[in-house]
Design a protein around this ligand. Structure first.
Ligand SMILES: [Zn+2]
Length: 74
């Protein structure tokens, strides 16, 4: 027995744009955006990771910032 799931992709909600791991989805084209820049900063309050994304189709830009917990990764 074989089952196929063509066209059965889950709809992505706008909330998932701020997902910290995978690239966000362009709200206009609903395609995965490209990571264009990644910056990591170490501060007294922990680390910060700033990611810049861009949609290759419409040029929509987005960025996400993730703050790591203080003292993590020691
Ligand atoms: Zn787009």
């Amino acid at each position: 027995m074989t089952e196929t799931f063509l066209g059965n992709e889950a709809v992505v909600s706008p909330d998932e744009i701020v997902d910290r791991r995978k690239p966000p989805i362009c709200p206009h084209c609903l395609v995965q955006m490209w990571l264009t820049e990644f910056t990591r900063k170490e501060t007294d309050h922990g680390s910060r990771e700033i990611r810049e994304y861009e949609c290759k189709q419409c040029g929509f830009a987005a960025s996400s910032e993730v703050r790591g917990p203080l003292g993590a990764g020691h």
